[in-house]
Design a protein around this ligand. Structure first.
Ligand SMILES: [Zn+2]
Length: 85
């Protein structure tokens, strides 16, 4: 949605963009604490919301090892093993 500037649900082209920080009360549990924040894109027409992680560490496998209860890596770019492992 950020790249296309178009809502995938209603084709709207106007958005409210904000940032969801770790300190916010409704922290999304996907990104472990102190590893970054989320950019939030909200469609002004229908409310569809997309989250984009900011400052994601280069080595997400290392991050997954450090936060095994909060994060897993799905790597479909390596090929051969499919989208799940
Ligand atoms: Zn929309």
């Amino acid at each position: 949605m950020r790249q296309t500037k178009m809502c995938p649900d209603c084709s709207g082209r106007k958005f409210a963009v904000t940032e969801l920080k770790d300190s916010d009360r409704c922290r999304v549990p996907v990104l472990p604490p102190k590893e970054g924040s989320f950019e939030v894109w909200i469609c002004a027409r229908c409310g569809y919301t997309a989250l984009y992680a900011r400052n994601l560490p280069q080595d997400i496998e290392d991050m997954a090892r450090r936060y095994p209860d909060e994060l897993r890596v799905v790597d479909a770019e390596s090929g051969g093993q499919g989208p799940y492992r």
